[in-house]
Design a protein around this ligand. Structure first.
Ligand code: SF4
Length: 346
């Protein structure tokens, strides 16, 4: 098992080490105007009476080999965005292009094929692993479905190789998920995703259910795998301190929209949206003597069915003006690769 337990708060930016490669790399994933609403049905005829706007016109791209962190409070649409990219949830509108192909227009056969290149790791490693299957069967399932090995010997060797790649070993093959710790179960989930040699992995809150020291181990493992295999990540989390360590760029979501997106260093040192400032003020800093003023947001995230007028963040924003109540801010460039949706930047 990986032994590195570097603390998460304010660790080195991924962009410090590998910012060059993604800048020059081609875009692997392009998301344009992605929208997902869930109809609310009512009345005797069960007609659509309203809509939950879970994802509302989200656009971004991820370069090959890059990690885009995606953060926001629960219910902001980040997990729905991840699932829509893989079409585990069908988008209502918008376009997802992967490696130049339009995923949103694919038929079931083409979608099955492209899913070999796009995998997902889930938040709850226990719920996402079939408790009645051995680790060998869980990891080997995709090898069998996609006919990726030619003989039982090759199959066994590939499963062992995958286990060792994630810091487990051959002795673990015959065991069941309940025999493992949370961190080990997440490693099994990662090995399962790696079985088909994907290019992109959507990491959907992969460390949220783990202790902080174990979170660092899993994040370090994901970084090592990225360096070795050239993987591309969409890394979803509700906590900015988690994505800071691994992301080249970070997108902040609020009520189904991206409100700020920037290279990690810019976002953490020069945020341009009051919501990002509030999230950042909650990130712990390692020096106990250093003081930071915590911005406490009042109120809960509004109901995505009845979103506030103007800037959807205005009822909770400490800097809101009259204009914010009536006029919706657009996501605009505020620096190199830095965009934010706030009137204060006009
Ligand atoms: Fe706050 Fe207004 Fe900016 Fe919205 S547009 S984030 S309410 S200052």
């Amino acid at each position: 098992m990986t032994s590195d337990t570097a603390s998460l708060p304010h660790a080195a930016h991924a962009s410090d080490a590998i910012s060059q490669a993604p800048d020059q790399a081609p875009e692997l994933l392009q998301v344009k105007g992605l929208t997902k609403y869930f109809p609310i049905k009512g009345g005797l005829l069960s007609r659509e009476v309203d809509r939950v706007h879970a994802v509302d016109g989200v656009s971004f791209s991820i370069a090959a080999g890059e990690t885009l962190g995606m953060v926001g409070e629960s219910g902001c649409g980040k997990s729905t965005t991840g699932r829509c990219i893989l079409r585990l949830i069908e988008p209502s509108n918008g376009e997802v292009r992967f490696d130049g192909q339009d995923v949103t227009a694919m038929n079931p056969q083409a979608l099955r094929e492209v899913r070999r290149d796009m995998q997902i790791i889930f938040q709850d490693p226990f719920a996402s692993l079939n408790p009645r299957m051995t680790v060998e069967a869980i990891i080997g399932e995709a090898l069998t479905i996609h006919k990726l090995t030619k003989s039982p010997t090759e199959y066994q060797a590939r499963v062992v190789d995958l286990l060792e790649t994630v810091g487990l070993n051959a002795d673990h093959m015959r065991r069941f998920p309940h025999e493992f710790s949370g961190g080990q179960r997440q490693r099994i989930g990662i090995a399962r995703a790696l079985a088909v040699s994907p290019k992109l992995i959507v990491c959907d809150e992969p460390v949220s259910a783990l202790d902080v020291s174990i979170q660092a181990q899993v994040i370090n493992l994901l970084e090592d795998l990225q360096a070795k295999m050239g993987l591309t990540y969409l890394f979803i989390a509700h906590d900015l301190s988690v994505v800071e360590h691994i992301s080249n760029r970070v997108a902040v979501m609020y009520l189904g929209r991206v409100v700020e997106i920037a290279p990690s260093r810019d976002l953490y040192t020069r945020p341009k949206h009051p919501y990002t400032e509030a999230l950042l003020s909650a990130v712990p800093i390692p020096d106990p003597k250093a003081k930071k003023q915590r911005i406490v947001l009042t109120g809960d995230v509004p109901n995505p069915v009845n979103r506030p007028s103007g800037c959807h963040f205005h009822p909770r924003c400490p800097k809101a003006t009259e204009r914010c109540k009536v006029e919706e801010p657009e996501l605009k460039a505020v620096g190199t690769q830095h965009q934010a949706a706030c009137h204060l930047n006009d």
